[in-house]
Design a protein around this ligand. Structure first.
Ligand code: 5GP
Ligand code: MN
Length: 339
């Protein structure tokens, strides 16, 4: 099915709407912020006001993105977030497939009478929750899909350099700097267009990846040296961090982003997990190679989901119990996925 067949519908929805809210998921990453800012900037360019609402704050290394400073951070001003979502006539829902991913905004968004448009690339969208769906699991990122949508909505209007940078940030971060989810030439064709639109790819990479704090780098060192377990018999490796670790290394949001990927750099490792002890739950990230389906694993055993090779989940047992459960599941998972 051509996912762009509903572009005229989206166009008229945007034209008719006066109160547009752009929503994205809890713990927004480069793709969530990049695609949201691209929508915001695009709408501004065609003379439409909109407001980005995010469930919680986003990492420091994305703050340079022009337009990100306008986002309303819901857990710092819940009343305003609720009023905006409740009174919106259009909600553009970016980079999540279910309202369960927007934390405390879930019920507010579900109840809002606004028309709900989904723009996303995750598996298994909750289609009943949305009125119009642009979902493509083949897209490298929601930012890539956003570029395709906005260039089709108004082909006569060039995408601004600011939106192009935001889109490039989304594509770059969701593909691990073009190392996975990017085996389609379309992704690179879009990147070529972004270069034409004035982005400096080198600067974007520099701003996102070479701006870490010393604490973050030392936290990474701690993970790799003291918190890594390698299980060669299951081609699996995992790391964990306790609340004390986070405190000792003066953790700020974003500091643990990407750490789960390091385990996959070990030769022979095909499945990795990262457990982080939070206030009331254990947050888990999974990554896998090739056909190994860690979306299914997260969904079946850890109340989560995501993509085949990158997923996340939650556990409400303590960290030791969670890790024990994980280890016990490995023989069957290995057999099922043939690795
Ligand atoms: P991360 O490990 O970076 O937090 O998440 C990896 C991927 O899995 C992301 O694309 C994210 O959207 C998805 N994901 C993370 N946590 C959850 C979750 O609790 N539920 C679902 N359905 N997807 C998740
Ligand atoms: Mn994404």
């Amino acid at each position: 099915m051509d996912i762009f067949q509903h572009i005229p519908k989206l166009k008229s929805l945007i034209e008719q709407s006066e109160r547009i809210v752009i929503l994205t998921h809890y713990n927004p990453d480069g793709d969530a912020i990049g695609s949201s800012v691209a929508w915001y900037d695009y709408l501004q360019n065609i003379g439409k006001n909109s407001q980005i609402v995010i469930p919680n704050d986003f990492p420091q290394n994305l703050k340079w993105i022009k337009g990100s400073e306008t986002a309303l951070i819901a857990n710092q001003n819940m009343e305003k977030a609720e009023a905006l979502i409740t009174n919106a006539d259009l909600l553009i829902c970016n980079d999540f497939q279910s309202f369960s991913r927007i934390d405390k905004l879930e019920e507010i968004a579900k109840k809002s009478s606004a028309t709900k448009v989904l723009v996303d690339h995750h598996i298994d969208p909750e289609i009943d929750q949305f009125d119009l769906i642009f979902s493509n699991v083949e897209s490298s990122s929601t930012a890539e899909l956003t570029f395709e949508l906005i260039t089709r909505l108004t082909p006569e209007k060039p995408v601004s350099t600011a939106a192009s940078e935001a889109i490039y940030t989304g594509i770059m971060t969701d593909t691990g700097s073009f190392s996975y989810s990017c085996n389609h030439k379309k992704t690179f064709e879009i990147v070529a267009k972004l270069i034409d639109l004035g982005i400096d790819a080198r600067c974007v990479h520099q701003d996102v990846y070479n701006t870490f704090s010393e604490d973050r780098m030392r936290l990474l060192g701690h993970c790799l040296t003291n918190r890594l377990t390698v299980l060669p018999e299951f081609s699996t490796a995992y790391m964990y961090l306790t609340k004390e670790d986070l405190r000792d290394f003066r953790y700020v949001p974003g500091d643990t982003e990407g750490i789960v990927n390091y385990a996959l750099s070990i030769k022979g490792i095909k499945f990795s997990a990262f457990f982080i002890e939070r206030e009331s739950r254990i947050r888990i990230s999974f990554r896998s190679k090739d056909e190994i389906d860690c979306n299914e694993f997260a969904k079946t055993f850890f109340n989560g989901g995501g993509h085949r090779n990158a997923s996340g989940g939650n556990s409400f047992e303590n960290i030791q119990e969670t890790i024990q459960k994980f280890e016990k599941l490995l023989p069957e998972f290995k057999q099922k996925n043939n690795f």
